[in-house]
Design a protein around this ligand. Structure first.
Ligand SMILES: Cc1cc2nc3c(=O)[nH]c(=O)nc-3n(C[C@H](O)[C@H](O)[C@H](O)COP(=O)(O)OP(=O)(O)OC[C@H]3O[C@@H](n4cnc5c(N)ncnc54)[C@H](O)[C@@H]3O)c2cc1C
Length: 302
């Protein structure tokens, strides 16, 4: 690695000023799980590293006005083990248990996970399905971006050069909602996912079994996570029958652009998308109807 300046600001304002001063030559360093690898490979050669770990305002998970607020410096492990997250959105804890390995989960942060723009990740799909918002601050002020709007291309986000992602805000799950996330790794369980699918379904409020809102988010099967909007439209206004789940899954598998690589061919990944969308939709629907899941039924019979 080439020599670089190393700076430890203690406020977001200071970090933004440093980013602006270095005009694209500096990189934020959070857990370093992603950045260190790319620097060792010579893909990033920053002239300054801005370590944000001493910025207290980026830490912690809290509830504010009914929203879950997750600081950019929260690690995967903190999210996995947070009692507040377990109570409010257990889907996040369950997903985190399958992220990488314990070493990466202890180092890697939520901010780094999103801001890297890395396509083979898990959390963005869930945040998008939950209508999560990213709060970012730059030298000129702060703004809010829907998490979906963060991702532009492979390893490219909509963050400006002087912007720091400060936290993610997740609204409360509406009543009569269910959400499921399923990821599939082809080489080993600790590998990055080959496909990761989040489905959130919200039913109509008046005791009906029809779906009011559907979110189907496909990850790892294109440069950015993508909402399968045609499949979502198929579900809206209907009850989820087995036939409709199969049809929506088929449509969703045509709304992504997987590449053939070491983790599987394009054809294979589309087939996995079909299976995961169907399963996640069925699980989310059961949750929304407050029916026991297959796992709960199995546990009850023992
Ligand atoms: C072996 C391995 C396995 C992995 N497996 C998975 C997996 O299964 N699922 C998954 O989701 N992810 C996986 N990852 C990715 C991992 O989750 C992310 O690399 C990690 O969360 C990055 O966080 P970090 O704090 O280490 O980021 P860093 O490496 O410090 O930074 C990553 C990038 O984001 C920028 N950045 C960091 N924080 C901010 C911020 N607050 N504002 C603006 N820019 C910022 C940095 O400048 C850099 O460009 C894996 C990574 C490795 C190395």
């Amino acid at each position: 690695m080439k020599n670089f300046e190393y700076i430890e600001p203690t406020t977001v304002a200071e970090a933004c000023a440093l980013l602006k001063q270095h005009a694209g030559g500096a990189k934020i360093f959070a857990g370093g799980a992603h950045l260190t690898i790319l620097m060792k490979q010579g893909l990033y050669q920053p002239d300054a590293l801005i370590n944000i770990k001493k910025i207290g305002e980026l830490k912690g998970i809290r509830e504010r006005d009914g929203r879950l607020v997750i600081g950019a410096l929260v690690t995967h492990r903190e999210l996995e083990t947070s009692p507040l997250v377990k109570e409010r959105l257990p889907v996040l804890c369950a997903a985190e248990r399958e992220v990488a390995n314990i070493r990466v989960r202890n180092m890697g942060t939520i901010g780094g996970n999103l801001a890297s723009g890395e396509p083979l990740t898990d959390l963005s799909q869930i945040f998008i399905a939950l209508d999560g918002q990213a709060r970012v601050t730059g030298a000129e002020g702060s703004r809010t971006i829907p998490v979906e709007g963060l991702f532009v291309d492979f390893y490219t986000t909509s963050l400006a050069q002087d912007e720091v992602l400060t936290h993610v805000e997740i609204p409360s799950l509406p009543a009569r909602s269910g959400i499921d996330y399923i990821r599939f790794s082809t080489s080993s369980v600790v590998d990055k996912p080959a496909v990761g699918v989040a489905v959130r379904l919200t039913l109509n409020s008046k005791g009906a079994e029809t779906i009011a809102t559907a979110r189907i988010v496909l990850g790892c099967v294109g440069p950015t996570p993508v909402r399968a909007r045609n499949a979502e439209a198929l579900l809206a206004g209907n009850k989820l029958t087995p036939g409709l789940a199969v049809e929506a899954a088929k449509v969703a598998s045509q709304e992504c652009s997987p590449s053939s690589d070491l983790r599987g061919s394009e054809h294979y990944k589309r087939a996995i998308v079909r299976t995961l969308v169907r399963r996640a939709a069925e699980a989310a629907y059961k949750q929304a109807l407050a029916l026991p899941s297959v796992k709960e039924l199995d546990a009850g019979s023992k």
